[in-house]
Design a protein around this ligand. Structure first.
Ligand code: ADP
Ligand code: MG
Length: 342
């Protein structure tokens, strides 16, 4: 048997990257979430070759202090939580301090930032996990992250990247889901130098509705009901598709918990149940829903990629969702029964 040894940090980060960074869209998710956590009002996302060649995210958020740059790319270093108590009530999208070091360990990485209230920008480069010393740079307030040649040093992973169009499709889908939840933030997405999406910042509630139709189309809004309901510390708002506008695929379903897009079996079950007697077998509803509750009642530290959550009071959440949706669909049900064929 060999002796036990501690692994070098680059390797530790590459192992973590295996869990967090599945494909270019995962990089975009982590970087855009960082921009949102930094209070950005404007985020620009430039992609080349489906993200395999370049992923660049620029924001106008609070930036990073020069002396913090080496920490930003170090594992388990974060400005977002400091104690177990904080972990119990996470209010930001990030908190693990793992994304930047993971991404930087499997790419040619550079981060340039100018912190709010400072005059100088700084840039740190990391090549395959090895950081260089920060150097002075030019940049307005905010942060610019460039990720080139993702997985260049992990040939087995690089081979798994799909066609450029497929990878970009995943990125676009992710940007859409974020855009739905963050109407007040301007988002721009380009691919190979061509603008793909330009979403203006919403300033009023009417603008928020426009954001939904900018992302999902007029068609979606015209065929859905607006809902808003609050009870027992839970608040649900959003749009639920009419049964008559059901789809053959579950490709328009967005459920956000405290601003985080999640896939959750309990939620899926509550929704399915609410639609049970208005949808035919094999048909899927469309919806954009935002659930808000006390962060202490939802555990976000379930999976490294943070797609999953665990509700402390699952039953309560399930029943609240089911009742709210069932009530909303009640009217539609009465009205549409006549339209159901045979
Ligand atoms: P986490 O988001 O879990 O804290 P990350 O590795 O994603 O971990 O980021 C590490 C730290 O770098 C963050 O806690 C934050 O302080 C800083 N940071 C990363 N991206 C940005 C950004 N776009 N703007 C400002 N600060 C950032
Ligand atoms: Mg992060």
């Amino acid at each position: 048997m060999s002796r036990i040894r501690s692994l070098p940090p680059e390797l530790v980060n590459q192992i973590a990257a295996g869990e967090v960074i599945e494909r270019p869209a995962s990089v975009v998710k982590e970087l855009v979430e960082n921009s949102l956590d930094a209070g950005a009002r404007r985020i620009e996302i430039d992609i080349e070759q489906g993200g395999a060649r370049l992923i660049r995210i620029r924001d106008d958020g609070g930036g990073i202090d020069a002396e913090d740059l080496p920490l930003a790319v170090a594992a388990h270093a974060t400005s977002k939580i400091a104690s177990f108590d904080d972990l119990e009530r996470v209010g930001t999208l990030g908190f693990r301090g793992e994304a930047l070091p993971s991404i930087a360990s499997v790419s040619r990485f550079a981060l340039t930032s100018r912190a709010r209230g400072t005059e100088a920008a700084w840039r740190i480069e990391v090549d395959g996990g090895r950081p260089r010393a920060p150097a002075p740079a030019q940049h307005p307030q905010g942060t610019n992250v460039e990720v080139r040649d993702l997985f260049y040093n992990l040939p087995a992973r690089r081979k798994f990247l799909r066609a450029e169009r497929t990878e970009f499709g995943h990125i676009d889908e992710l940007v859409k889901s974020i855009a739905l939840a963050r109407a007040p933030v301007e988002l721009r997405l380009s691919h190979n130098g061509k603008p793909v999406r330009l979403l203006h910042a919403a300033r009023t509630e009417g603008d928020e509705t426009r954001r939904i139709s900018d992302v999902l189309g007029e068609e979606f809004l015209a065929n859905s009901l607006r809902i808003e309901h609050e009870a027992a510390g839970l608040r649900l708002r959003g749009w639920v598709g009419l049964p008559t506008a059901s789809r053959s695929q579950a490709d328009q379903q967005y459920f956000h918990v405290n601003g985080r897009l999640v896939r959750d079996r309990l939620v899926a079950h509550a929704v399915r149940q609410a639609y049970a007697d208005v949808l035919y077998h094999g048909r899927h509803p469309s919806f954009v829903l935002f659930l808000e509750l006390d962060p202490a009642l939802v555990d976000v530290n379930v999976h490294p990629a943070k797609h999953e959550v665990r509700f402390r009071e699952g039953r309560l959440v399930h029943d609240f969702l089911y009742r709210t949706l069932d009530d909303a669909l009640g009217g539609a049900r009465a009205g549409s029964a006549a339209n159901l064929p045979g």
